[in-house]
Design a protein around this ligand. Sequence first.
Ligand code: ATP
Ligand code: MG
Length: 578
Amino acid sequence: MRLSQMHIKTLREVPNEAEIPSHILLLRTGMIRKLVSGVYGFMPFGWRTVRKIEQIVREEMDASGAQEIHMSAVQPAELWEESGRWNAYGPELWRIKDRNGRDFCLGPTHEEIFTDIVRNDISSYRQLPEMLYQIQTKYRDEARPRFGLMRSREFIMKDCYSFDTDAEGLDRSYQIMYDAYDRIFRRCGLTFRPVEADSGAIGGSNSHEFTALSEVGESDIAYCEHCNMAATTERAACVDAPAQEDVEMLPMEEKFTPGTKTIEDVANYLGLSQEQTIKALLFVTYDEEGEENGYVAAFVRGDRDLNMTKLVNALDIAEHQIEFADEEKMGAATGCVGGFTGPTGLHDCTLVVDSELPGLKNLCAGACKEDHHLINVNYGRDYKADIITDLKVLKEGDPCPVCGQPVKHARGIEVGQVFKLGTKYSASMGATYLDENQKEQLIEMGCYGIGITRTMAAIVEQHHDEDGIIWPISVAPYHVIITLVKPNDEAQKALGEKLYEDLQKAGVEVLLDDRKERPGVKFKDADLLGIPVRITVGKLAGEGKVEYKLRREEDKVEISVEEALEKTVALVNSERRG
Ligand code: ATP
Ligand code: MG
């Protein structure tokens, strides 16, 4: 393609709202174009890279035996009512009505649709297993769309669903997808880590997230360098502090602790360590219709942080069904007192207690009385729980839940997730098959998503410098850019055009920068766009020589045009598949 004929608009200025490199660079290169908050279009360079990523995903899905289909983004509410998610999904679900007032949504994901296909088309064990996938536009009305393609309201996702006769079959399908994801993200040039992920109230080792390591990522992961443990911090189990079996319970005592509303304040005031205190966190919960339906008090040791995902799973509700409580309002109903709430004085609310607290003795907690705390509070004698479960956040340096060595933390971008659904959807929507004995059985399902456009942003996060993007060859919009220093110079033009043709004949995707711009502008654009190979045709053209430079390296060499052709073809062919 000749740059002089391309629709291209690069920006010199950094757009204000863009904070992270991928957002800034994708806008500056003109690869993406914002329409409204969280909604982007793709311009020629951007769309070529999207299609490259899609193609890698498609090849690996096809090679895994999955079959591509394409379903609509418009989904009827009835199917979501059957699965129970029409109400449960919350405000992220982009609901629409047709002219007759019938409810629909723009699909944030397609479990219902694929389950519907399979329940209609599959009747016998002979038709299973099966994997179906699509690469399609998804809609989520995110509360805080940000970072460009990273968290948008419209985005492209590959979603795949597996259908098996039994749990062993599902395990096999899951492993096939896990391995395919490993190849896909490698081919995209990403440095990533598969980590165990939260799988909701079902629990168990039923899900992995594929996380591209990056400081700007929104996923927090904990991993251990001594064993293979790697999990999202939402999911990571915590080791309880050892139970103090030999410590005697002392008599509970009330203390006047004026103005000590934080753990730090009360610990200092009473001369205790934070480990000797109990932290209370108070919540109100909502039913699926959004009506208030109760209060929850969660308790962890004073120095710990509450893990919201674990709390939500323990209560078996969705994240949008719980929020921090207005303590004054809650106090009237339950007896809590803001800053002085403890587990001993509460009524009419669900007490969820972290699993290590029952083993710890003589702790300090709020007295549910203004300016007062209790000391020597002990589980069993002084308070009881409705639910006891691990509610803690695993912090850097805490013991690894598998081997006990100190864990490390890293940040990353969730680019994909694999998930064993089991019979969740087949049971609610009646997707069954007849087994060898003509007995009706539920289909075992898995779902597997990759954010195509988020992956594009993640690649930019890992492959850029201060001058622009540095695309890996496998996903670069073009492999090579030939920069004509003086497009009007006959020798330069002739050599450049010949090379342009020869590279195309060799199957290389090549740009010819024949614009009537200053060379400096051309070099800047080539660097910004991140084209992997730059061949400059300048004053040595008369001798048949060009300058050859890789975007990812500093060095440039002057070589014959034949050698440049040979080097480029060899490099592109060895790296184009990633
Ligand atoms: P997140 O936790 O980041 O909101 P999710 O776990 O809800 O994502 P999934 O339902 O697992 O997302 O969707 C599959 C993939 O789709 C994700 O791994 C991610 O790559 C991509 N994705 C999800 N939400 C968005 C979004 N708002 N913008 C861009 N990509 C997204
Ligand atoms: Mg996910």
